[in-house]
Design a protein around this ligand. Structure first.
Ligand code: DGT
Ligand code: CA
Ligand code: CA
Length: 586
């Protein structure tokens, strides 16, 4: 059974969780989490590299000990440490950590005092009112837990897009090698770049009788075959993710691709348009009085319906069909439009590369500027910067700007927005910088009015350029902060502050809906990698996917600007212009 990077990352996450419950040294826990993140973003297939006799590449933040564990997991699927931890604690217990409101301390109490170590057991205990009496819990907490558990139990499991990609892409490549296969496309929500996918839908065009289904069923990772036939099959992979495969004739491929890309709501609305034109649309083609008039390509389907080609990211029945009909679709932003990145970390805090290494990596991305925005001092675990260390980093950046060609470093900080809306560093320290990114990293559960006021107050400070990951959610792990996003967006507009779309696969924050809201309100969005290593610029493709789902065009994205265009905008957010930033002329 092949081991994917995602499997190694997952093992490291599990180790981190179990260590955390055992109250191990937090830096040790963090080392595993960081390593998991590095592996999760890596394109190189580690297990394959090793098994082909290649060396494990030197990875940022991964020393000899972690490298040994990677080799062990790549070879066996697990490692001694993880197995030992699992004998000390039931493995399902790590699932409890994902319930909002449950940290390692509470999980431990639940386990030791109630013997609870699965979500189902927790559900029962909470329903029977046995949780409230535990030390540090109470009735309100119990109710919150009950609600979270019930949402979790009712909703089918969804996979983050980046994780799904790690399983889907090798499978698609494998299917491409089958005899008689033409196109192989991963369709469904995956092709629409949704932040999570329920299952993976693969569409294949093949000659009649091609042995695609046989090849599919004999894929090494197939754990269970749910259904199998000549045109459609469904399986569950060892990772737990379901894959639906459809095989169609070449002449129907475009119609089938449109159908299986969805969304369902979009399909239904497009079919209505076909009916109005006296046409019949299904996954085999477009027909007039039984005769096929289109269907070989997706473009032919849209054309015969009198619609502009609608990019998959927009196909949610959210106004795209009307826009396509009137020739008014947005020209969506592309990865190649980005000229820089405004949110990155270095070894000075919790990043794993030096400023210089990050600069060189950014230049390789063809960026012309890169903002270094390490954490501020309140982030103790990340070894956040105080004014003295920040000043030192600024000196280093100036020195590098004097040496490096083809890339300009901007001096920034990701400063914590404290509970009362003040910032974690004094104005005297912030005033020296090129930009200030404000971020919420604590007190996520304040009631709506207070949380909103907190952010609004932060946006009123004299030095603030960008609001980082505005909802502070972690997909599948932490709910978004309860805020009035429209008020925040309007305040940002009035203050000339920008909003971020953080491209990390577990953040993707702003959401698509809020991107569109920002666009409608005229607030440019910065699509940033939040890279903690040189490898993580890869995350930007997910950020761009999300931005496109939010209808953003090039001019709606702040870091598509040239450095010359950007500088005065940032200067204005730092109080260095007579007027605050005027919004960008389109
Ligand atoms: P997911 O898997 O929950 O992330 O979302 P999708 O969009 O991938 O949904 P899925 O896998 O159930 O189906 C794939 C596509 O097939 C879906 O986007 C549109 C199409 N489809 C599925 N069921 C229906 C249906 O009942 N009617 C229509 N018109 N299309 C459907
Ligand atoms: Ca799907
Ligand atoms: Ca499906």
């Amino acid at each position: 059974m092949p081991v994917h990077n995602a499997d190694i990352a997952r093992a490291f996450e599990e180790i981190a969780d179990l260590l955390e419950i055992e109250e191990a040294n937090p830096f040790r826990v963090r080392a595993y989490r960081n390593a998991a993140r590095t592996l999760g973003g890596l394109r190189l297939d580690i297990a394959a590299t090793i098994s082909e006799g290649g060396e494990l590449p030197k990875l940022p933040g991964i020393g000899a000990d972690l490298a040994n564990k990677i080799r062990e997991i790549a070879a066996t699927g697990t490692c001694g440490l993880l197995e030992r931890l699992k004998t000390e604690l039931p493995p399902a217990i790590t699932e409890l950590l994902r319930i909002p409101g449950l940290g390692p301390k509470r999980v431990k109490v639940l386990y030791h005092d109630l013997g609870v170590h699965t979500i189902e057991q927790l559900h029962e205990a909470a329903r029977e009112g046995r949780v409230r009496s535990l030390a540090g819990f109470g009735e309100k907490t119990e109710l919150g837990i009950l609600q979270s558990v019930e949402t979790r139990l009712s909703g089918a499991r969804r996979f983050k897009l980046a994780l799904a990609a790690q399983y889907a892409q090798p499978l698609a490549a494998y299917l491409r090698q089958a005899e008689g296969v033409g196109e192989v496309v991963i369709a469904g929500s995956f092709r629409r770049w949704r932040e999570t996918v329920g299952d993976i839908d693969i569409l294949v065009s093949a000659a009649p009788g091609a042995p695609v289904m046989e090849r599919f069923a004999s894929y090494g990772e197939v754990k269970e075959v749910l259904a199998s036939g000549p045109a459609r099959s469904s399986v569950i992979l060892a990772s737990g993710i379901q894959v639906d495969l459809r095989v169609v004739a070449e002449g129907s491929f475009g119609a089938a691709l449109h159908y299986f890309t969805g969304s369902k709501a979009h399909n239904i609305a497009v079919r209505r348009i076909a009916q109005e034109k006296g046409l019949k649309l299904n996954e085999y083609g477009v027909f007039r009085r039984g005769k096929p008039v289109a269907g070989k390509t997706e473009a032919s389907v849209f054309e015969v319906l009198g619609l502009e080609f609608i990019p998959p990211e927009l196909r949610e029945d959210a106004g795209e069909i009307e826009a396509a009909r009137r020739g008014r679709l947005p020209r969506l932003v592309e990865r190649s439009d980005l000229r820089g990145d405004l949110h990155t970390h270095t070894r000075a805090t919790d990043g794993r590369a030096s400023v210089r290494e990050m600069a060189l990596a950014a230049r390789e991305q063809r960026f012309s500027y890169l903002a270094i925005t390490d954490h501020s001092r309140r982030e103790r675990m990340a070894h956040g910067l105080d004014p003295r260390r920040l000043a030192k980093q600024m000196d280093e950046i100036e020195r590098l700007n004097g040496q490096l060609e083809g890339i300009t470093l901007l001096k920034g900080i990701e400063v914590d927005i404290l509970e009362d809306g003040s910032l974690d560093l004094p104005d005297s320290a912030l005033a020296q910088l090129d930009l200030v990114i404000g971020a919420v990293h604590s007190h996520f559960r304040l009631p709506r009015a207070r949380q909103t006021e907190r952010i609004l107050r932060a946006l009123d400070r004299s030095h603030i350029s960008v609001l980082a990951h505005p909802s502070a959610r972690l997909i599948g792990e932490r709910e978004p902060c309860d805020v009035d996003m429209l008020r925040i967006i309007r305040k940002a507009r009035d203050r000339g502050v920008f909003l971020e779309l953080d491209a990390q696969p577990d953040r993707l924050d702003l959401s698509d809906i809020h991107c569109r809201m920002a666009k409608d309100e005229g607030v440019p969005v910065a699509v940033n990698s939040d890279a903690h290593s040189a490898l993580e610029f890869d995350n930007l493709r997910f950020g761009i996917g999300q931005a496109r789902r939010g209808w953003l065009e090039r001019s709606d994205v702040l870091n598509t600007r040239t450095l010359a265009e950007l500088k005065p905008l940032l200067a204005a957010t730092m109080g260095r212009s007579p007027r605050r930033a005027k919004r960008i002329a389109k």
